[in-house]
Write a protein that binds this ligand. Sequence first.
Ligand SMILES: [Zn+2]
Length: 285
Amino acid sequence: MSITSYFKPVGSHGKQPEPNSSSDKKEKEPEKNKTGRDGSGPSEIKIPSDLGEADHEPVQPKIASFNPKQYGNSKRDFSASWYNGRTWLEYSVEKGAAFCFPCRHFESSSKDRTFTKVGYSNWRHALDKHKGFQKHENSQTHVEAMVIWQERKMRIEKNQSVSTMVNEKQLEKNRYYIKSVVEVIQFLCVNELPMRGDGKSGAGCLDTSSESQGEPSGLFMKLFQYTLSKDKKLLEIIQMIPKNATYTSARIQNEIIDIMKDTVIENVVNDIKEADIPFFSIKSD
Ligand SMILES: [Zn+2]
């Protein structure tokens, strides 16, 4: 399986019916809009054409005035400083709203389309804790999209061959697979459990074949094997992918953890920046 299999073909977003994108209550879009109302007419969502393509970088324009909005007596606007620490953040001048580059290109499972199709423009709550940007960054689909994006960038840098000719079914399978890997890692991290074992019996690789030697070592592999035993779909997928591309190696585990860690740090730093306090201290263990 190539990471390039995660590519969403350009233009595959299709046209969707448009909910009102400018309202403050658009923090989370109701699911009923997923398939649209009547699916036609002027209410369709138009994906802005001024955002980054999958092979390019996120579009982060720096202009004096973005899309100022009045909230009671105060006016708030998007700020170019918001790009700092948010590599994923994009701004569409055409739509006057913020988007998420990796989610637009590399994830499709989320029901919340605020950062992928509708566009986020609730500037008053953009930086609030557990709202706006932070809420999006903490979503599992965003973390998965970040992993896929980083992996893809790394491969492109290494000049590995790319193919964008993948069908939707394969895309869905690949996403399902990587989602399962991320979930296992997330479970171990949240519960402060070690990933790897004693290095014996193939700790760093996954072997579902009949020639498998012994039991997998390390909690990650054991938990992943357990997941496989309970999930027929996942088992079918893993049997179809090359043994050297199971995304279960220690390196991939570390990369996924790094992305999760970066997300947490970004959130903490942004919290501190936004808080109106002269001093702070951080306690960790
Ligand atoms: Zn995202």
